[in-house]
Design a binder for this molecule. Structure first.
Ligand code: ADP
Ligand code: MG
Length: 342
């Protein structure tokens, strides 16, 4: 070790992961896919296992001032299930590890687990283990999820081909706008505890922030329709950032169209109220946990009428770059800002 000190912020989250990955050598032939996708893929002879893990820290990923413990539990499971959905696989088991400070009672842990158990019911997964330890700084939750698929059903980030159609599910930007509202009302409450937070108007956006739903419904529908996305990932860091990941992994470019980007009316109106540009919220808002995927043009007819799948653009050659065509017809380069923790 030299005395050199490099700040983590110089590399950023993805730079740091690349840096760690450089020293990793895969030794087992059953490790089909390691670091670099939504989940790892492990050969299990007649099928594959997919594994993903996420770590959530109080004060960084959730704030108990406005996030009820059952919602925190549900979300901890949902965000992991979302990574399994992003591989086009079906989640089966989870493990849950928690670290608790003495601020938390048995009743509080029960509240957390009521959400975890509700999510297990909702997604049809079994809680099969975990770890429990003490913490000096609030609540920490780590969930690992194991899913299954047939090898040929998997959708990696690396499979997008030129002329494939780019699709997103649901609508985008709601979770970011919801977070801004929750933060605003928290500040109002802190400065005057007699004020009742005004949240009735914002239930869609705050709900999307507090209790997101992984799109397993779409994964089951794609199976029924016989469509395997050529590439897929979930939108946890913002659409622009995820488009960069798919383009990098697949060695392609992309063009998307502003007028095709899905945004809910409440998200749009609330963004305007907060002086945020709605399109920036759609492109750079995190935590929507919708799916971004590409399909071969031959599959378009099967999905064309789907009410919750939007066709936002297409894949181009890498040298054509990554562009957003605005409503006025101008092509602007997409920047991957994402929602950075560092
Ligand atoms: P997601 O947003 O889908 O949860 P991440 O951006 O967290 O994915 O991770 C991208 C990839 O890097 C995944 O393959 C993940 O397993 C891997 N990864 C993230 N952090 C680490 C780490 N500290 N050590 C090894 N692999 C990591
Ligand atoms: Mg993911």
């Amino acid at each position: 070790m030299s005395n050199k000190r490099t700040e983590i912020s110089e590399l950023g989250e993805f730079g740091l992961i690349d840096h760690l990955n450089q020293r990793v050598k895969i030794k087992n032939t059953s490790s089909l896919k390691g670091i670099g996708d939504d989940a790892a893929v492990i050969d299990a002879v007649d099928h594959v296992k997919v594994v993903s893990t996420d770590l959530l820290l109080e004060g960084v990923h959730f704030d108990l001032a406005y996030a009820p413990l059952p919602h925190v539990g549900f979300k901890a499971v949902a965000v992991n299930v979302s990574d399994i959905a992003a591989m086009n696989a079906i989640p089966k088991q989870i493990t849950v590890s928690i670290a608790l400070s003495n601020r938390f009672s048995v009743e509080a842990v029960d509240a957390l687990y009521s959400g975890i158990n509700a999510a297990c019911e909702h997604y049809g997964v079994d809680l099969v283990g975990g770890d429990t330890t003490a913490s000096r700084s609030g609540l920490v939750i780590s969930v690992t999820v194991i899913g299954e698929a047939k090898k040929e059903e998997l959708s990696y980030r690396s499979g997008a081909q030129v002329n494939d159609i780019l699709c997103v599910t649901g609508d985008l930007g709601a979770a970011l706008v919801g977070l801004q509202i929750l933060e605003r009302e928290k500040q109002v409450f802190l400065s005057n505890p007699d004020m009742k937070p005004e949240l009735e108007k914002y239930t869609i956006v705050t709900g999307r922030q507090l209790k997101p739903d992984a799109r397993m419904d779409i994964i089951h529908e794609l199976r029924e329709l016989g469509v395997v996305p050529t590439s897929m990932m979930d939108i946890s860091d913002g659409l622009a950032s995820e488009i960069f990941h798919i383009c990098k992994a697949s060695g392609v470019g992309a063009t998307i169209y502003e007028d095709k980007l899905p945004i809910d009316k409440q998200t749009f109106d609330t963004a305007v109220e907060l002086n945020l540009d709605p399109i920036t919220c759609v492109l750079n808002g995190g935590e929507d946990y919708e799916l971004l995927f590409t399909i071969d043009q031959k599959d378009f007819a099967k999905l064309e009428k789907h009410p919750d799948i939007h066709f936002i653009g297409h894949i181009t050659k890498a040298e054509e770059g990554k562009y957003l065509v605005t409503k006025s017809g101008t092509a602007v380069q997409i920047k991957a800002q994402g929602w950075k923790h560092f």
